[in-house]
Every structure is written in C-alpha cells, then in structure tokens.
Design a protein around this ligand. Structure first.
Ligand code: OSB
Ligand code: MG
Length: 370
C-alpha cells in the first residue's frame, strides 16, 4: 500500500487518579498518536512514551523527533506491504522501540482495515475475552493502599499488582496480603533495587506472590539470575526484555521464570509475537503489561493477550480505571471473572472520537510523501 499522509498528535490526558511508581508520580498521561492514511482509510497507532524518561529513555519529545525525522520518511517512501516490511526498513534506526512500535501499530490497524481482518486474527490470537488485573500505584499510606485495593476488588478485579520502592515494599505487600489472604497478588519495583537489597526483599518470598516484577536494573539480566536463585517466588522481567534476543538471554541465564510482554518495549507487535513464541517453547508463561494506554493501545494489548501463552492476567484494566474521557468511541468494561472482551472488528477494532482527540491534543503535525 501507498501511505498518503502521516499525522502526529501529542496528547495530554488527565488520569482519573495520580499514578505513582518508583520513578515518579503523574497526574496526566502524555502520548503520541500516529495516524496513517491510505485509500480513504485511517490506521491509528499509540506511542506509549511518557513526558519524562522514567520507565524508558524515550519521551514524547524524542519519539516525535524520531518518528518525524527518521521513521516517517521510511513509511512514506514507495509502497509499504506489511508491518514486517516497515520493521526491515526501520532496522537502521537504533533503539527507540516505543517510537517504532507506535508506527507499526498504525500499519497493523490500516492493514486490518484494508483486509477486513481483526488484529487478533492477524496475530494468531484465539480467545474472545482475556483475563485482566489492575496495577495499583504507590499510595500516600499503607492504609490508603489497602483501601484502594479493596475498591478494585469490589469492582471485580481478580488480580492485583502493587508498585513498590525502597522503604515502601515489604510493609505494603504484607498489609495487602493480610487484608486479602487469597488474592492473586504481585509486586512491581520498576528497577528500584540492587542485588545488595536482596535481604530486604526476602520477606516478600513468604507472601505467596504470583511474581516479583523487575526488581533490578534494566540492563542487568545476570543479577536477576543471582536474585532468582535466592527466591522461591518467580522473578518476572519487564524493562530488561527489549527483544527476542533479550528474552533468550534471560531464559538461558535463568534470570526469571515469567516474562511481561509490552509490545512497545520490544519495538512492536511483530517482535512481541516472537517473544511470546520463544517463551512458549521454553515453558515460560507471559502476560501483557500496560502503559496506561488510551483506548487505541488498550485494543492492541487485548489483541495480543489473546495468544495462547498469555496465561497470566494482564495489566489491561477497564477504561474507567484510567480516563473519564477516552479518545476511542468504544470503552472497555470489566466483565465476568475479571476479563475484558477482545475487539473483533477490522484492525484495532476501535473508532477514534475526533472531538476528544482534538480536546487532548497539545501539538500536531502532518507529513506527506516527498
Ligand atoms: O512497569 O508495568 C509498568 C505504567 C507505566 C509505566 C510502567 C508500568 C506501568 C504500569 C501500569 O504498571 C499498567 C497499566 O497500564 O494498567
Ligand atoms: Mg512493570
């Protein structure tokens, strides 16, 4: 297909409640939305970089620059047949996975609309509904945390993840465990610890947690191996897994027993399917991570989470957990048994609410073929 126009929108969307992790607290979620137009159709992709480089070195500003100056020309030049065709061209751009994934998602959406195929089917997913949980940020006090978790449990969430950081870890996890003895519970440190903190974290091993997510540095798979040896609880890697190769290193080094797949982190949905397949071959369960996506990114996450080796609930909560108003006309609701329905219309299967898009837009630009 011949892409006729690429539009970028920098969005700033107010969250229903502030979200705090070991790297900071946000009240609004920024992202870059990519629109590709061809043959009277539009495909949308979400780049999940944030306003600051806390989770990843990428930000909305770097993604904007990389997409506008390096990726857009690759998409607008000649014909692009498929997302894999784009990935081959984009291989000359080092890193910047969040930027690449946003463009790739828009290509998948466009391709799905042209061929009237839902993304789920294009990726090889089968489930109609996927199991989901909720990711709870660091709260002002332990009591507030237990109350917040209580609220989500009442709404029907069957799995809870709490964010931890040094000084706010064992106490918080123990309090939630005491209040909810049977709740499937996991913790996420977002790289806030080093190997020498292992003794501090060791009491977590007695809390019957599903997993401990990314306790150590992003670029250190080996120390996670050393840490995993000291824990019965599975270590799960998020930030450390940037490609299929990293997944192989982690599996070979026995650095983790579970992998969190965020398609954006590995550069897009096609690479994410590769990580999924590799993990499946090695008996490593995966689950779909979240980045506080809009309805666009949420539709994409639901599609990939319908693949068979996504055997743990994803960080894919209902729309009302994030935004009062979203940029898609569809809203995602929590259904029976803590599940959300996978969209089943062509492409991402969501329609953009142009008015909402405009109301959250703080910058936009359009790029045309040379
Ligand atoms: O580490 O999983 C993470 C949000 C922003 C950045 C990193 C992470 C998260 C979450 C939110 O945990 C998950 C969600 O979208 O609900
Ligand atoms: Mg994480």
């Amino acid at each position: 297909m011949k892409i006729e126009r690429l539009s970028l929108y920098h969005l700033r969307m107010p969250l229903v409640a502030p979200f705090e992790t070991s790297f900071g607290r946000i009240h609004d979620r920024d992202c870059v939305l990519i629109e590709l137009q061809a043959d009277g159709l539009s495909g949308f992709g979400e780049c999940v970089a944030d306003s600051s480089p806390g989770y990843s070195y990428e930000t909305c500003e770097t993604a904007w620059h990389v997409i506008k100056d390096f990726l857009a020309p690759l998409v607008l030049e000649g014909e692009v047949d498929a997302p894999l065709d784009f990935q081959a061209r984009a291989a000359r751009v080092r890193g910047h996975h969040l930027a690449k994934a946003g463009v790739e998602m828009a290509l998948w959406d466009l391709l799905g609309r042209q061929t009237t195929t839902p993304l789920r089917a294009m990726l090889g997913g089968s489930r109609d509904r996927v199991a989901v949980g909720v990711s709870v940020g660091i709260q002002s006090t332990t009591v507030a945390l237990v109350e917040t978790v209580q609220g989500y449990v009442k709404k029907g969430y069957g799995r809870v993840k709490i964010k931890i950081k040094p000084g706010r870890d064992v106490m918080e996890a123990s309090a939630v465990r005491t209040a909810f003895p049977q709740l499937p519970l996991q913790v996420d440190a977002n790289s806030a610890y080093s190997l020498s903190d292992a003794d501090v974290l060791l009491p977590l091993d007695d809390l019957n947690l599903l997993l401990i997510e990314q306790p150590l540095w992003e670029d250190d798979i080996w120390d996670h191996h050393k840490l995993q040896k000291r824990f019965r609880t599975p270590i799960c890697l998020d930030e450390s897994i940037l490609s299929v190769r990293h997944a192989r290193y982690a599996i070979e080094m026995q650095a983790c027993r579970i992998i969190n797949i965020k398609p954006a982190r590995v550069g897009g949905l096609s690479e994410a399917v590769g990580v999924h397949d590799l993990c499946m071959q090695h008996g490593i369960p995966v689950w779909c991570g979240g980045m506080l996506e809009t309805g666009v990114g949420r539709a994409s996450n639901l599609a990939i989470a319908s693949l068979p080796n996504f055997t743990l609930p994803g960080d894919i909560s209902a729309s009302d957990r994030y935004y009062e108003r979203d940029i898609t006309k569809e809203r995602f609701d929590l259904g029976p048994a803590s599940t959300i329905e996978v969209p089943n219309r062509p492409g991402l299967g969501v329609e953009i609410d142009r008015q909402a898009l405009e109301s959250f837009c703080i910058a936009k630009t359009q790029l045309l073929p040379a």
